[in-house]
Design a protein around this ligand. Structure first.
Ligand SMILES: *Cc1c(COP(=O)(O)O)cnc(C)c1O
Length: 357
């Protein structure tokens, strides 16, 4: 197995000025370096290196540009008050990259080496990790198909790249529940498709619903299943949880839904508090029925970017309901506080989730 010692480093001669930590936003700024590794059929993954962040040189015929053969991941590095750098379950991200790779006919990564690569690039650009409250360094590993070829088949060559972006606090003014539009026209994914992978095509497919929901005054959409438009799948690019009459429920991961690491960690946290989560089919009708009986107690999304995003309002074909008076629920708040506490090294990690860089 390759270890990080094999990663060649070419440092930039023109380091950039760092952005204002209090105005970072999400995904606007990139650090001085990036990690790249090539794949060639017959040779495998080779030439891992850290180089100055710069435009890629790609043939216009590169397969990724035409047929979307690509996958990506998203995770964060956090700086603790005493200056340590922590990652949250990076092995899970890289194992999931391989699940996506399998579906997209991309050769698998060595998970341990991919985690070493993440650590190496984060270490290289550690001065870019912001320290202001709630900020972090977003890590975007991705793989693209690079054969210069217009026939339809899996590529024989790929690049695995990791770029880094300092990002701001998701909730600079405190957590405010969002309004969500229940999407009953467009669908995101179907079983047998790519819904369980992180691949650009899923995002391309989702843009129009997001744009139309925004025009109607909603932050995101709640996706329903692609066949019956009946069962709840995800909210935007987050997994979704509900508390119905005291029971925590979340859609089961059965092929069209992404298995979020924040989802998995939320289930484990709840379990550790003696609160089981039921993973099952949940119909939108069931939610509305529960609301009518006063039993829809909480709704929230989970994902790396925001950790928790409480849902305050749903609009399903013009039927609008308000959840928990539009306020964050008890469990959403507790998961948020505990998970971010563990991520920033302020709460003891009893789960073995934290990896120090
Ligand atoms: C990334 C993603 C999530 C959340 O996954 P995390 O590992 O928790 O960040 C959920 N749904 C979709 C579609 C995603 O792409």
């Amino acid at each position: 197995m390759k270890m990080s010692g094999d990663i060649k480093i070419e440092r930039t001669k023109t380091p950039k000025e760092k952005p204002d930590q209090n105005n970072l936003g999400f995904g606007d700024y990139f650090t001085d370096h990036m990690f790249i590794m090539d794949y060639t059929e017959g040779k495998g993954w080779h030439d891992p290196r850290i180089v100055p962040y710069a435009p890629l040189s790609l043939e216009p015929s590169s397969m990724v540009l035409h047929y979307g053969q690509a996958i990506f991941e998203g995770l964060k590095a956090y700086k603790t008050k005493d200056g340590r750098i922590l990652l949250f379950r990076p092995d899970k991200n890289m194992a999931r990259a391989n699940i996506s790779n399998g579906r997209l006919c991309i050769p698998p990564l060595d998970v341990d080496f991919a985690v070493e690569a993440v650590k190496a690039i984060v270490r290289e650009d550690q001065d870019w990790i912001p320290e202001a409250e709630g900020t972090s360094l977003y890590i975007r590993p991705f793989i693209i198909a690079t054969d210069p070829y217009l026939g339809v088949r899996p590529s024989y060559t790929y690049q695995f790249i990791i770029i880094l972006s300092p990002v701001g606090a998701y909730y600079p003014e405190g957590i405010d529940p969002v309004k969500i539009y229940v999407e009953s026209n467009y669908v995101r994914a179907v079983k047998g498709g790519m819904g369980y992978t992180k691949t650009p095509g899923n995002y391309a497919a989702s843009l129009i619903a997001q744009v139309e929901a925004k025009k109607k005054g909603y932050t995101q959409v709640l996706w329903l299943d692609g066949v019956n438009k009946k069962y709840i799948e995800e909210v935007g690019t987050m997994n979704v949880f509900f508390k119905i009459n005291g029971e925590i429920v979340t859609p089961a991961v059965e092929g069209s839904i992404l298995a979020g690491i924040t989802r998995d960690s939320s289930i484990e946290l709840l379990q550790s508090w003696g609160i089981p989560t039921t993973e099952r089919q949940i119909s939108i009708q069931e939610l509305y029925d529960a609301h009518a009986k006063g039993q829809l107690e909480e709704a929230f999304g989970t994902g790396t970017a925001a950790v928790i995003s409480p849902i305050g309002e749903l609009n399903w074909d013009g039927h609008i309901i308000t959840i928990n008076d539009g306020k964050i629920g008890e469990f959403a708040a507790k998961i948020y506080d505990t998970m971010t506490g563990i991520q920033y090294g302020e709460i003891e990690d009893k789960f073995g989730w934290i990896v120090e860089v």
